[in-house]
Design a protein around this ligand. Structure first.
Ligand SMILES: [Ca+2]
Ligand SMILES: [Ca+2]
Length: 188
C-alpha cells in the first residue's frame, strides 16, 4: 500500500560556537548557497529553501522537505573543529511529518556528525521527530526523540555529548563537525 508521505524540517537559526561563531550564514539571512550545501538521495522529491514566513519573526528561516520514498534531503555545513571538540550548538527548529506506517515512515531530523580529517563519519548525534522510526542508539549514534512539533530551542554541548553518549568516538580523532537539516523517509 502506498500512502502520501510528506516531511519537513525548518530551522530558524543554527549556531556552533565556543566563544566565536563557526558557522557561516547560520541565521539564513543570506542566500543558502553561502555556507550551506544541499544533497539528496536522487529519487523522489527533495527541496530546500529559505523564507521569512515559516516563523513569524521578521527574518529568514531555512527549510528542507522530502516527499515520496525512500529518500532523503540534507542541508548541511561542515566546519573545522580541532581537538578537543568543545563546542556549543544552539538551534531553533520546527519538525513536521505527515503519514507513515511501521514499514514505511518519515523522520524529520537535525543531524550533527563528527568527522575525522578525511571526512569519515566517526559518530552522529541525531534529533528526530517521527512516529515510527526504529533507530536505536549505540556508542557512535546518539538519538534524541523530539516530541514537541512547535518551534523549540535546542542546545548540545559536544564535550558532554562525547563523554556521556558517544563513548565509541575518540574525541582526539575529530577534525570537523557537520550540522544538517535532514529530512528522511524509510521504506522497508
Ligand atoms: Ca521569519
Ligand atoms: Ca534568521
Amino acid at each position: 500500500m502506498r500512502k502520501t508521505r510528506l516531511i519537513c524540517l525548518l530551522a530558524l537559526a543554527v549556531s556552533l560556537s565556543f566563544g566565536q561563531e563557526l558557522l557561516t550564514n547560520g541565521d539564513f539571512e543570506q542566500d543558502l548557497s553561502i555556507g550551506w550545501t544541499f544533497t539528496d538521495s536522487g529519487a523522489g522529491t527533495h527541496t530546500y529553501d529559505r523564507a521569512t514566513d515559516y516563523h513569524p519573526d521578521p527574518d529568514y528561516e531555512a527549510h528542507t522537505y522530502q516527499y515520496d520514498n525512500p529518500g532523503w534531503a540534507r542541508l548541511g555545513q561542515t566546519v573545522e573543529c580541532p581537538p578537543p571538540c568543545n563546542l556549543r550548538l544552539d538551534f531553533t527548529a520546527k519538525f513536521e511529518q505527515i503519514g507513515g506506517t511501521s514499514s514505511c515512515w518519515p523522520a524529520a531530523c537535525f543531524s550533527v556528525c563528527y568527522l575525522d580529517e578525511n571526512d569519515n563519519v566517526l559518530g552522529e548525534t541525531r534529533y528526530y521527530y517521527s512516529t515510527y522510526a526504529t533507530w536505536t542508539p549505540s556508542p557512535t549514534f546518539s538519538l534524541y526523540q523530539v516530541t514537541d512539533p512547535d518551534w523549540t530551542e535546542y542546545t548540545l554541548e559536544t564535550m558532554t555529548e562525547l563523554e556521556e553518549k558517544l563513548t565509541g568516538v575518540d574525541p582526539e580523532e575529530i577534525a570537523k563537525i557537520e550540522v544538517a537539516l535532514y529530512s528522511y523517509t524509510y521504506s522497508g
